[in-house]
Design a binder for this molecule. Sequence first.
Ligand SMILES: Nc1nc2c(ncn2[C@@H]2O[C@H](COP(=O)(O)OP(=O)(O)OP(=O)(O)O)[C@@H](O)[C@H]2O)c(=O)[nH]1
Ligand SMILES: [Mg+2]
Length: 321
Amino acid sequence: MKLHDFRALSKALSEIENSGPQSLQILKDCYAAKKGAPILGVTGLPGAGKSTLVDHLIQHLRGAGKTVGVIAIDPSSPFTGGALLGDRVRMQRHASDEGVFIRSLGSRGSHGGLSRATRDLTVCLDAYGFDEIIIETVGVGQTELDIMGLATTTVVVLVPESGDAVQTIKAGLTEIADIFVVNKADRQGADGLQKMLQAMVDMDNSRSQALTVTIPVLLTQANQGIGVQELWRAVLNHRKALQKDSQHEKRQQTFRCAQFLELCGEAIRQQVESKLLSNKKWKDLVDQVASGKTNPYEALEKVLKYFQNVAGDGIDNAGLL
Ligand SMILES: Nc1nc2c(ncn2[C@@H]2O[C@H](COP(=O)(O)OP(=O)(O)OP(=O)(O)O)[C@@H](O)[C@H]2O)c(=O)[nH]1
Ligand SMILES: [Mg+2]
């Protein structure tokens, strides 16, 4: 794929999203062409100002001559485009810029789950050659943890109104965030929330010596572009700190391994499902489970035996190693 060929890129991304016949080959090629661009995750509650912030970050990066690929995810949206229209509109001024590519991702059309789709699309953007990759995602919770395992740096965007939510999800927040942003600093309560988050960060620091870098708590006013440069500086600081963090590579390895096992699980499940649909004996087995004649573990044992017979001891012979 050559740079500036956004049509080819879009086509490739759609093929991956729909698990089309070319998707495996495209992904293999993308991994082979991976360049290792840093990934910035921007997460936070709906309407916190993430897209506005990303829009200004794009502007900042373009000013520095960097190309940017963006994935905007809304796990709650069943349709790509619908609820995400806001994201597109918010970043519209970059639509005709050849150095910026923005792709929306809803929960529909992502075979194998949203976190896998995000990961695959990210690898594709990286192979394409963007200098910077940004992922915007709604919410602050477990799904975001999955998605954010991907990000080099994760920014959690909060607003003065999210004070109560912060109280409830307290413990998880410092695990996700590398940087806190209190956006809409023009509104009442911004200072209070900043202090509350700062106290949370300080407490975590005193509890754990393992933390190598303190989480900054920044105030921004995204709609005015205020605080964006400081935010970018904090992102770069975090990247620098990661290079010195001896645990970083180990975490990456764990993440890659988990991804691979997840892929294997998904592929085997697909194999079983297609057999269940196409083969009478397999279908009978499911019927027996459904009627309660066979319990799921007995059935599972049969399935495992089947795979053992297929693979046998021939793993080495199959050219796996
Ligand atoms: N007052 C104020 N409004 C802001 C600020 N930043 C963004 N907004 C407004 O907040 C609204 C939501 O902004 P978005 O950038 O779409 O927020 P988002 O987090 O991307 O929203 P979703 O993607 O729908 O979750 C828009 O109307 C923005 O203009 C700010 O600093 N102050
Ligand atoms: Mg948005």
